[in-house]
Design a protein around this ligand. Structure first.
Ligand SMILES: Nc1nc2c(c(=O)[nH]1)N[C@H]1C(S)=C(S)[C@@H](COP(=O)(O)O)O[C@H]1N2
Ligand SMILES: [Mo]
Length: 402
């Protein structure tokens, strides 16, 4: 509560929009062609909380509750409580009931700000990108004293007190405690874009698991159980979803509608790329004359093998983060150095922007496809042993040069 920076953050919320241009830093080598300074018009970098695509189960959906019902559900800042207990053969020194002031207090010394796009494994587009703030779960678990015989952690949120509506998830204890240097741990998050997390986005407090698909980031979190059970209990383990999938890397078009461009100007096509845990090596495009199939190309079509993919341009690091809440500088955000420079660009778990500038195209109709290549050399839509480990396809845009 006593974080003056946080208060100023709140005031600026909603003033999103990236102003790119000015000095362009080359963060890594020259292998990624970058759009030149000044060529990239502003595009929003952070998504206002209300504009995220919502994926919420429950009847009534918890974020539709109001007044008395909301307080009874312990979903107001004053009533929110998280219970942490042990079951089975797992033990802790003492069960913990955490309220919001206690979490915010921990946040003053342990709080971390980080960028993360929320993405559902079954929806082929990120739901929205936020600047989150939370306390690493491992620091909250210290309140329980000594843990013994604990192999996994189960957790869920408010579910109308109806067992059939519980939306559960789980993490291995190692994923909670043994964060590798330079990586992000799972968080109990209480801020989005500088303001308290709205009820709709899962506030007052939601779990955020940076590397995972949305189903691990349980909203309206109420219960954590430390257990000796080693198996994932995730609601999303059902129906052939992969309960341990990592965020994957993929390209998306800003606008996939058919368009006509004038032959005397460059054709500019823009989009975004979700940067999964395997990172983003480059965005590529494949341009060919229209084959009159409405942009459809079957999976096994021999044309895929002959496709000529060319590197596209990732937009540079924004010189001015128009979307950062006031008082927050990049150096306050995970992944940036004390000088405010990103350790990698684009940042993993976030959405990057790209721009294709195609010049000298002859009049005619074209098919344009885009894809990402991750740092392991997998070209989209790979690596997907199962589509539900991160649903994804190669987007196509038809356009005419006239
Ligand atoms: N309590 C609860 N948490 C939840 C869900 C839910 O239905 N109930 N849906 C999950 C799924 S499947 C996704 S993809 C994300 C979506 O987050 P968003 O609605 O903030 O975009 O929330 C996750 N957390
Ligand atoms: Mo999801």
């Amino acid at each position: 509560m006593a974080d003056p920076l946080d208060r100023r953050e709140a005031i600026r919320l909603g003033v999103a929009g990236l102003v790119a241009g000015a000095a362009v830093e080359r963060i890594r080598g020259d292998e990624i062609p970058r759009a030149a300074a000044g060529e990239v018009p502003a595009r929003p970098f952070l998504t206002p909380g209300k504009d995220f695509t919502d994926v919420s189960r429950g009847s009534p959906v918890p974020h539709t509750l109001k007044g008395e019902a909301l307080a009874k559900a312990r979903l107001t800042p004053e009533t929110w409580k998280l219970e942490i207990v042990a079951e089975d053969k797992a033990t802790i020194d003492k069960p913990v009931t955490l309220d919001l002031p206690a979490l915010l207090k921990l946040g003053e010394t342990h709080g971390v700000r980080f960028l993360k796009a929320m993405q559902c494994n079954n929806i082929p587009r990120p739901l929205g990108q936020g600047l989150w703030k939370g306390v690493p779960l491992r620091d909250v678990l210290k309140l329980c004293g000594k843990l013994a015989n604990t192999r996994r952690l189960f957790y869920w949120g408010f579910h109308n007190d109806k067992p059939e509506q519980i939306f559960k998830s789980s993490l291995a204890m190692s994923q909670v405690l043994d964060t590798p240097p330079g990586e992000l741990p799972p968080f109990l998050a209480y801020k989005l874009n500088g303001s308290p997390i709205s009820l709709e986005r899962g506030g007052p407090v939601r779990m955020v698991v940076p590397w995972a698909h949305g189903f691990k980031s349980i909203k309206w979190i109420h219960k954590i159980i430390l257990t000796n059970n080693h198996e994932a209990n995730d609601t999303y383990a059902e129906k052939n979803n992969d309960p341990e999938s990592y965020l994957k890397t993929s390209a998306h078009l800003d606008d996939s509608k058919e368009q006509t461009f004038s032959a005397d100007k460059p054709v500019i096509v823009r989009g975004t790329a979700m940067v999964g845990w395997p990172g983003l090596e480059r965005v590529e495009y494949w341009l060919r004359p229209d084959t009159r199939t409405g942009g459809k190309l079957a999976e096994g079509d021999p044309a895929w093998a002959k496709a000529e993919w060319k590197p596209g341009a990732i937009d540079p690091l924004p010189a001015d983060w128009g979307g950062l809440p006031e008082g927050v500088s990049p150096k306050d955000v995970w992944g940036f150095t004390k000088e405010g420079k990103p350790r990698e660009w684009p940042l993993r778990f976030s959405v990057a922007h790209w721009t294709l500038t195609l010049t000298g195209l002859k009049p005619g109709k074209y098919e344009l496809r885009v894809r990402t290549v991750d740092k392991n050399g997998f070209a989209q839509p790979e690596p997907r042993p199962n589509q539900q480990s991160g649903k994804n396809m190669i987007p196509c845009k038809l356009f005419t040069v006239a």
